[in-house]
Design a protein around this ligand. Sequence first.
Ligand SMILES: Cc1ncc(COP(=O)(O)O)c(C=O)c1O
Length: 429
Amino acid sequence: MSFGQGLTTRSSFLYGTLLGLLGGHVILRLLYRLLPRLVPGPGQWRKPEGHGVPRVTPTILAQPLIADSVCDLVGHTPLVRIHSLSEATGCDILAKAEFLNPAGSTKDRVALAMIQEAEKKGKLVPGTASTIFEGTVGSTGISLATLARSRGYGCHIVMPDDQAKEKYELLERLGATVERVRPASIVDSNHFVHVAKRRAEEFDATSLQAYREAGGTDGQCARGYFADQFENLTNHRAHAQTTGPEIWAQTSGRLDAFVAGSGTGGTIGGVGSHLKRRAPNVRVILADPQGSGLYNRVRHGIFYASQEQEGTRKRHQVDTVVEGVGNNRLTRNFSQGEAHIDQAIRVSDAEAVRMARWLSHRDGLFIGSSTAVNCVAALRVARSMGPGHRIVTLMCDSGHRHLTKFWDDAYVEAHGLDSSIPESLSFVA
Ligand SMILES: Cc1ncc(COP(=O)(O)O)c(C=O)c1O
């Protein structure tokens, strides 16, 4: 190699190194500027500016970056600001977008936790035709059916026959066996929860007997597992270990109240217990639909709903057009979290129906009925706390799951409810 060639090679090496350093510097500066926007640190929350025009915020990626299965898509849902309600009250009203879970509701967290717990205890055996049984009004069944497929299990759902028809159709498409039963009181052995428990016991006994008769000793016996979301405290723990900590981290601990409805009581109890442990002064508030006795249980220690009076009741479970929340009995999951609930707010069907129409029209948020109840209660809490407070609630599922009932104008009008889009928030007293 000549001197001239060596010089050229050396200078192009130096040139290349310089370019590389410069490029690296530019990339580092860009990352330095962008990272804080992608992942806001503590104290970086600012109240939105402008008049009802939401800022576009870069998506915070949920971990892991590559999900190994549908189970890894559960949780890590974002909080979304409800601009119309925030601006009307001077508060920051946020909702956890639980409808973004893979099977479309907050129940995915509970279903996943119950399946994992059952596998740990040997009540579900991977690689066998083990089957999950549950009595549910829909959402938990849809979550269980979805996750069951990914784990290779069967799923048998027992449901009252008066629910929105898209729920049954979805369950069947997901490969679940759907057993529809007449709505019955919980003291009746034909209540959907009791039927599901019986079916699980029958399946388990038959499967164990066949396994023993075949001389099986390897533990690979298909089991029948009754998930039991109302009494199984894994439900409470799922929210205490995921939903609660996520809300705390996403708000950097800056929140004044948490508002949620109660069906099983898992969400309000689990989230409430986590938030109270981190900050005892955070208010935990129950949003209860008409016809439910939980409101009086929280306020006066007794279950009572005026719709329950003899001769006035129209439906068997809770007398409301709202699905998923409200109850007239004490479940283990509600009891587990009851001590953390400070207050209860009653929400009428009329308010819930109009809130759903308001949010869809004003904020582009198309929500289900239990979310509408949460949002009416969150608005009331904001009004009573006054400007400057932050209230967090839950968007449990989307309106897509309620098209043929809560979102069907003819259906709600037949129940004497106004389905028009409100002009103002005066429909919430
Ligand atoms: C759509 C929907 N929202 C809210 C809830 C209430 O949640 P939890 O059972 O944790 O009280 C349920 C419960 O079934 C539900 O299906």
